[in-house]
Ligand binder design. Structure first.
Ligand SMILES: Nc1nc2c(ncn2[C@@H]2O[C@H](COP(=O)(O)OP(=O)(O)O)[C@@H](O)[C@H]2O)c(=O)[nH]1
Ligand SMILES: [Mg+2]
Length: 327
């Protein structure tokens, strides 16, 4: 049986091996992605982002546990995690063992946690994360968390990668103001105010509420699909991830948001947007690679020097580069 078939049949060892192949972008890994693609599109992809130390990993641990042990009458979901944060505790075995809840899910065959340090040769971190998510989706994981640090462009990427974005904030990090600067609240579907056991939590919540109100007064961009016009207001939910406080409300918000997406037409819109952004990312990287292969480093340096010495304008330089560097 091929690796792909084994993965589709739920073989855990095959899954682990395939994830490595995909992460290393081997020929076998890339071919497997092509074969798995028709089986994707079922999972609910949930991004979890926020500054380092806000408690993202702790929160995800608690969410996994809750999703695996739902209230009576609800089906436990198969859950996967891609932790993109290179400093994530998921990547360190020792820290992993410290986590009480983690021990509870460690032997669970329907939970798979993968940390990703890959920069991705083609399309960077975003492409390599999307590839791992695709494998989990095809392998039948129903909910896939992507944990990333909200720094630089990462939080923008997560909005392109996920159906639902959870932004994790914590009081006293001085980042309430940074949140607006980074535009992180604009991508939030659910805001989790973690470390609610800390002082200043009321202040932090007030600041968050003010920012969301300010943001919602902005004109709402024209919806491509008129059905998607009915609004979703991101809830602010307090949690203490280390103790499991407030977790059921976050699970409920995730389920509500999925329901909102599916009944408003927004699911299809985000799905299209997600795949378009994935394709454009790959296209950009491939075209850049092709261009770099066509132009010698010497020619490139010469054009750059002429740009600096004002012999060429940026547009003239562009013309020459698109023409294969010939002058
Ligand atoms: N007091 C308190 N500490 C927390 C809470 N959640 C997480 N922590 C601690 O904050 C630190 C960072 O948590 P972690 O989940 O690794 O954050 P991440 O960097 O966002 O993934 C760890 O020492 C956690 O034990 C919480 O709700 N209250
Ligand atoms: Mg973490």
């Amino acid at each position: 049986m091929s690796l792909v078939e084994s993965v589709l049949q739920g073989n855990r060892l095959a899954l682990a091996r395939l994830l490595t192949q995909v992460e290393n972008e081997t020929q076998q890994g890339l071919e497997a992605l092509n074969r798995l693609y028709p089986y994707t599109g079922k999972a609910h992809i949930v991004g979890v982002t926020g500054a380092p130390g806000t408690g993202k990993s702790s929160l995800v641990n608690q969410l996994i546990y809750a999703l695996r042990h739902p209230p009576p009458g609800q089906k436990p979901l198969r859950v996967a995690v891609v932790a993109v944060d290179p400093s994530s505790p998921f990547s360190g075995g020792a820290i992993l063992g410290d986590r009480v809840r983690m021990r509870d899910v460690a032997g669970d065959a329907d939970v798979f946690i993968r940390s990703s340090a890959s920069r991705g040769a083609l399309g960077g971190v975003a492409a390599s994360t999307a590839n791992l998510v695709q494998v989990f989706d095809a392998a039948g994981f129903e909910l896939i968390f992507i944990e990333t640090v909200g720094a630089g462009q990462a939080e923008v990427d997560i909005a392109h990668l996920a159906h639902t974005v959870i932004v994790v904030e914590a009081p006293g990090l001085g980042d309430d103001i940074q949140a607006i600067k980074a535009g992180i609240l604009e991508i939030a579907d659910i805001i989790v105010l973690n470390k609610a056991d800390r002082p200043m939590v009321d202040n932090a919540e007030r600041a968050l509420r003010m920012m969301i109100e300010m943001a919602s007064r902005k004109p709402i961009p024209a919806a491509e699909n008129s059905q998607s016009a009915f609004p979703w207001t991101p809830p602010i939910l307090r949690t203490v991830a280390t103790e499991g406080t407030g977790i059921p409300a976050v699970v409920e918000a995730i389920q509500n948001h999925r329901h909102y997406l599916q009944t408003s037409g927004e699911w299809e819109r985000r799905e299209r947007h997600r795949l378009q952004s994935e394709l454009e990312n790959l296209l950009r990287a491939a075209l850049m690679k092709r261009l770099q292969a066509a132009i010698s480093p010497e020619a490139y340096r010469r054009i750059l020097s002429e740009l600096v010495s004002r012999q060429l304008s940026p547009y003239q330089a562009l013309e020459i580069l698109l023409d294969g560097g010939k002058q």
